[in-house]
Design a protein around this ligand. Structure first.
Ligand code: ADP
Length: 811
């Protein structure tokens, strides 16, 4: 029966039927039938608003006049305002629980008669039965849906279980699971992130979505990433927009239009290995059931993923192992090939022997060296490869090798199959537990060279002359004892240096090394005299013979030089030469002296002779004064001759080897004054004498110094017109004393200037001025004996200056 039909039985203005919402315990308007133009409907009213105590045992409450209650209840007040006056209300129950209400309103006071009450109760009972049936049907439907979902969930979990057993790889496992899950939970996106321990990141591994997914995205494993998961490992955010501050990474979800999220941690043995995330575009999308499903799936996935990860790791391990085996095999093959190549191509004999020294294998070089084939069945001992006397040495070497010492190389006499022998170097290496490797190097050629060298060396050290060998770049290779004695360099100092740096030859004799080389390369030998410095700097005269030597193949190897010392012979030659020169000079001087002396002496002697003659003839006719005059003339001439004789003697003395040089400390100033006075008795004013430090005392030979000053001053007076002044200047410096004698006389022609110090040389312009040409040569000698120098500056007709510089020893 409908509410409308009920209203035909009970003609009131309004009948409302409400149901109780089981979940909220609220009373919700379900249906209304009314004749009132503006029906009044209260959507939901909490059951607690109903004062259940006001209902009788028939669940009925009757209010005959609502106006009397309008102050107690605002709803009643509104009903009164709408014009209602009486209300009949029945609560429908099931097992004493209210399930709905039936409300009848009338605008008349006390409208509902007992009959109406009864009809209403009857209808209410009927309604309660109907509602119950409806509810049951509803419950069954809900249960069915739940069952279906449960079955689906079980199916998924079953498939995941199946995946655990069958899946070979994680994608195979995850992708179908996410699809299945989305069938059950129809959200916008489901994805799974896995922890990547190698990079310490979380990576979005797979997703099912109706939009762009986050697959491949990597998030660093920050501590707050896993914050907010509860003890069931769930993190549920009903509106992401409200918690963006807390989870900054959630911004991107909002950008994709996702609003609620449900996340479940995948854990294995309490360690998070992944996160299952479900996103929806409405708030509060994820129900308890969704949570349960997600937790179940996540738990199963965790086990499955771990399982697959393990088997993947196992597979990977297996793969790398296989790869390693392949690589090692390749390495071994290549190593073997290399060893084979070495064995086959080595010029040295190489053999492998077992622990008892029995030869097991040998390379072609060995077979060639020893003239025998190695037959593995033959069992030949390594000891048979050497002369009997060397076997002990080989055994000692084997022992060394076994004990792990290096340097197991010895020289032996190797023995061929035909009994002949050769020099060999034998090395032994121990291959732990397996035997020995031995190499045999033929050193016949080296030994031969060594013997030759020893032989040569013995020859070289036996000879008295220096024997030096160099390579083609003149680098010294050998240096015998005689070379050490001759040049003063020890062999160890000389060997390795070049001949040119150790013994630079004197290129006064030879233009250059090139010259020498040219001379040498023409004939491949060279003989000649050279001057070489000894280690101590002394110059040696050496007679050298060099020859190019070649190896057996005829190629040039180096240069052998024999040096013979001829220094003493050279010195004797030099002395003889000097003596001859000297004798020549003396002879020349004698000739010159005789010619001058005869000329110089002839004139005064002729004059003496003439005067003496006239005296002896005319003496009796002469007055005593006349006789005295003649005698005076004779005396003058004799004095002149004597002076010449003195000069000559002095000059001869000076040329001699032993000149008496006797220095004393004295005043040169006083000596000058003395001589000036002596020479200028008649005209003392002619000489202008200056001395800077009159009190100075220096060391000089007074006799020789008197010669110097007298000669220079008398020349200046003699070779300048009478009356012309002569200047004498004496200057002392801290290292020298300088004497200048200047005149304004006839001067010396240029042609004579560099000859005036030679004995007997006189310039062409002397005219009748007397002289012997000996004074300056005596002077020069006297200056040199003092260690000084004499110089002359002169111009004809203008005058002459002589400057004498005598060194003064430092104080
Ligand atoms: P001599 O006895 O001839 O003077 P010296 O040996 O003293 O011999 O001088 C050599 C020559 O040097 C002189 O003959 C003269 O020609 C020249 N001579 C030396 N001193 C002077 C001078 N002061 N003026 C010009 N000529 C000079």
């Amino acid at each position: 029966m409908t509410l409308k039909e009920l209203r035909t039985l009970i003609p009131c203005e309004r009948i409302g039927f409400n149901l109780v919402d089981e979940n909220t315990q609220e009373v919700v308007a379900y249906a209304v039938d009314t004749s009132v133009a503006d029906p009044f409907v209260t959507d939901r009213v909490s059951l607690t608003e109903y004062s259940l105590s006001e209902f009788d045992q028939n669940n009925t409450r009757y209010i005959p006049d609502l106006r009397l209650m309008q102050d107690q209840n605002p709803i009643v007040k509104r009903l009164v305002d709408k014009g209602f006056r009486s209300l009949l209300q029945i609560i429908l129950t099931q097992e004493k629980q209210p399930i709905g209400t039936l409300n009848l309103f009338s605008t008349e006071i006390d409208f509902f008669t007992p009959e109406y009450h009864e009809i209403t109760r009857e209808v209410a009972n009927q309604l309660a039965i109907v509602i119950n049936q409806l509810r049951l049907a509803q419950n069954i439907r809900i249960s069915n849906i739940r069952l279906e979902r449960y079955a689906r969930r079980m199916e998924i979990l079953h498939r995941i279980d199946f995946g655990i057993i069958t899946a070979q790889a994680i994608p195979e496992l995850i992708n179908p699971t996410l699809h299945e899950l989305r069938q059950v939970i129809p959200c916008q996106e489901i994805n799974i992130g896995l922890s990547d321990e190698t990079t310490n990141e979380w990576v979005i591994y797979a997703a099912v979505s109706d939009r762009r997914t986050f697959v491949g995205q990597r998030i660093p494993a920050q501590p707050n990433l896993l914050r907010g998961f509860d003890d069931r490992n769930i993190r549920s955010i009903s509106d992401i927009r409200l918690v963006v501050d807390e989870y900054p990474f959630a911004t991107q979800w909002i950008e994709q239009g996702l609003i609620s999220v449900l996340q479940v941690l995948l854990k294995y043995e309490d360690k998070p290995i992944g996160v299952l995330s479900l996103f929806a575009n409405t708030t509060d999308f994820f129900t308890d059931e969704y949570r349960e499903i997600s937790v179940d799936v996540a738990n199963q996935l965790a086990i499955a993923i771990h399982h697959v990860q393990l088997s993947e790791a196992l597979q990977k391990g297996k793969d790398t192992l296989e790869q390693r085996v392949i690589e090692r095999t390749a390495e071994l093959t290549s190593a073997k090939e290399k060893v084979e190549a070495i064995l086959n191509n080595s010029l040295d004999g190489i053999l492998l022997a077992n622990i008892d020294l029995q030869i097991e294998r040998a390379n072609p070089a060995f077979e060639k060296l020893f003239g025998r084939k190695i037959d593995t069945r033959g069992k030949v001992s390594l000891l048979n490869m050497v002369q009997a006397q060397d076997a002990k040495q080989v055994e000692a070497c084997v022992q060394n090798a076994v004990q792990g010492f290096n340097n197991n190389t010895i020289e032996v006499q190797a023995k061929r199959e035909d009994g002949t022998t050769f020099d060999a170097e034998l090395s032994i290496g121990y291959v732990a537990g397996d035997g020995f490797v031995s190499t045999i190097h033929d050193i016949t050629a080296r030994k031969l060279v060594e013997r030759q060298l020893r032989y040569q060396a013995s020859i070289q050290s036996a000879v008295a002359d220096a024997v030096i060998t160099t390579d083609l770049n003149l680098r010294i290779q050998s240096w015998n004892e005689a070379a050490e004695r001759l040049y003063g360099w020890r062999a160890d100092e000389a060997i390795g240096k070049t001949l040119l740096e150790l013994l630079p030859p004197d290129f006064e004799l030879y233009q250059s090394v090139d010259d020498l080389e040219r001379a040498f390369s023409k004939n491949e030998y060279w003989t000649g005299e050279l001057r070489y410095p000894h280690h101590n700097g002394e110059i040696l005269h050496i007679l050298c013979s060099s020859v190019l030597f070649r190896d057996t193949a005829g190629d040039p190897l180096g240069i052998l030089t024999i040096s013979h010392d001829i220094t003493s012979r050279k010195k004797a030659e030099e002395a003889l030469h000097n003596a001859l020169e000297r004798e020549k000079e003396v002879n020349e001087m004698k000739t010159r002296f005789i010619s001058i002396a005869s000329h110089e002496f002839r004139t005064p002697l002729a004059s003496i002779f003439a005067t003496a003659e006239s005296l002896s003839i005319y003496r009796h006719k002469m007055q005593p004064e006349q006789i005295e005059n003649k005698l005076d003339k004779i005396r003058q001439q004799v004095t002149h001759v004597t002076a010449i004789m003195d000069d000559v003697l002095e000059s001869a003395r000076m040329q001699g080897v032993y000149v008496n040089f006797k220095p004393f400390a004295g005043s040169l100033n006083l000596l000058c004054r003395d001589i000036i006075q002596e020479l200028t008795e008649q005209s003392p004013e002619r000489v202008h004498y200056v001395c800077d430090t009159p009190q100075q005392y220096i060391s000089f030979d007074p006799r020789l110094m008197r010669q110097i000053i007298t000669n220079l001053l008398s020349n200046a007076l003699k070779y300048s017109p009478f009356g012309e002044p002569v200047e004498v200047k004496l200057v002392h410096t801290d290292r020298h004393v300088i004497l200048d004698v200047s005149d304004q006389g006839i001067g010396i022609p240029e042609a004579d200037l560099n000859r005036i110090f030679e004995p007997f040389h006189r310039a062409g312009n002397v005219g009748s001025i007397v002289g012997t040409g000996l004074g300056l040569s005596i002077t020069q000698k006297a200056v040199e004996l003092h260690g000084g120098t004499i110089e002359c500056r002169s111009a004809v007709g203008q005058g002459t200056t002589f400057t004498v510089v005598i060194p003064v020893p430092a104080q």
